[in-house]
Ligand binder design. Structure first.
Ligand code: AMP
Ligand code: FES
Ligand code: ZN
Length: 301
């Protein structure tokens, strides 16, 4: 049995990529410190920011909510009820969010696709083959809408390192320069879009699950039934294999990518397209009618 680096207690928790053994009492504080470092390194947040954290009911976003609260940020949650009936997914995840908000004594907002005239992701999936990408546009739309309406100046999401590295790998394979240009843990505000941050970019999926476990976070274990297509699952599996042979390699890959962009100042670039107001809802968009109003039109026709 290894011994915790901080208190010497015997422990089974060993972070190979950091060659670090920590007991379950010292582990949460270590993770919180890592997140704090990421926040400072990328200048993500200030203590006077009003922060909206998008919470799905999963381990990453609930952990993030708790960590931000513990670090002393002024934070509220936002849950978007997607109306997914499979395994009672949306109802159960909503329940987890509501219970958790009480546990950490934090306020939250709920937006429901049904109330917004968008029916549900189940319905949208019948029309849009790329369900996740339509869903992503809807989520981004409401994160932005609520932040503007309720006076939040920063939106935080729970994307973890595995998500971010998989996205980077996919963008590189496709050599998608516009996505590579925009991939960064902080996106500045502008053109009617709030600032967006991803404070968990250097916390792996395993580390985040362990954080949830060691701090007793009750999260939804099921994945969204529509989530991730075959390609990104296979990227993730192969990247995990690489990580198991070379612990720390994914962190190295991501960190170097971000550092090289920071040096060149590339992350500051927004889109070069002209921003307009959606002719139907007034939201900022690069099109005449925003994606969400288009989806609404298509499902209600
Ligand atoms: P995903 O795209 O499902 O991997 O989720 C990435 C991040 O988006 C999560 O960590 C949350 O911050 C946010 N998110 C996902 N689903 C929801 C939801 N239903 N309501 C609010 N935020 C969400
Ligand atoms: Fe949107 Fe899965 S969470 S399609
Ligand atoms: Zn619109």
């Amino acid at each position: 049995m290894r011994k915790c680096k901080f208190c010497g207690k015997e422990t089974g928790i060993f972070l190979r990529e950091h060659r670090l053994a920590l007991c379950e009492d010292c582990y949460p504080g270590w993770i919180e410190k890592q997140v704090d470092r990421t926040i400072k390194k990328f200048n993500m947040l200030n203590k006077d920011d009003r922060l909206l954290v998008a919470v799905s009911g999963g381990k990453d976003s609930l952990s993030l909510w708790q960590i931000l609260k513990k670090l002393g940020y002024n934070v509220s949650g936002l849950y978007i009820d997607l109306g997914i009936k499979h395994n009672n997914y949306s109802e159960l995840s909503k329940e987890k969010v509501i219970n958790f908000s009480k546990k950490i004594d934090s306020s939250f907002y709920i937006i429901s696709l049904k109330d917004e005239g968008l029916d549900s992701i189940d319905r949208i999936s019948k029309i849009y083959r790329k369900t996740c990408s339509a869903c992503g546009a809807i989520k981004r739309y409401y994160m932005n809408k609520i932040s503007v309406k309720e006076g939040f100046n920063v939106i935080a999401t729970g994307h973890n390192m595995d998500d971010e590295v998989t996205t980077l790998f996919g963008n590189l394979i496709q050599w998608d320069e516009s996505y590579l240009d925009r991939q960064f843990p902080v996106m500045p505000s502008g053109d009617g879009f709030a600032k967006k941050v991803k404070p968990l970019v250097f916390i792996s999926e395993k580390q985040s699950a362990m954080y949830a476990l060691t701090t007793g976070i009750d999260y939804i274990m099921d994945e969204c039934p529509y989530s991730k297509h075959a390609t990104s699952i296979s990227y993730k599996e192969n990247l995990n294999m690489l990580e198991s042979k070379h612990p720390g390699i994914l962190r190295f890959f991501l960190n170097n990518f971000f550092n090289s962009k920071s040096k060149k100042g590339l992350q500051i670039e927004g889109s070069k397209l002209e921003i307009k107001e959606c002719k139907i809802c007034g939201a900022p968009t690069y099109l005449d009618i925003c994606k969400v109003c288009k989806i609404k039109e298509n499902i209600n026709r």
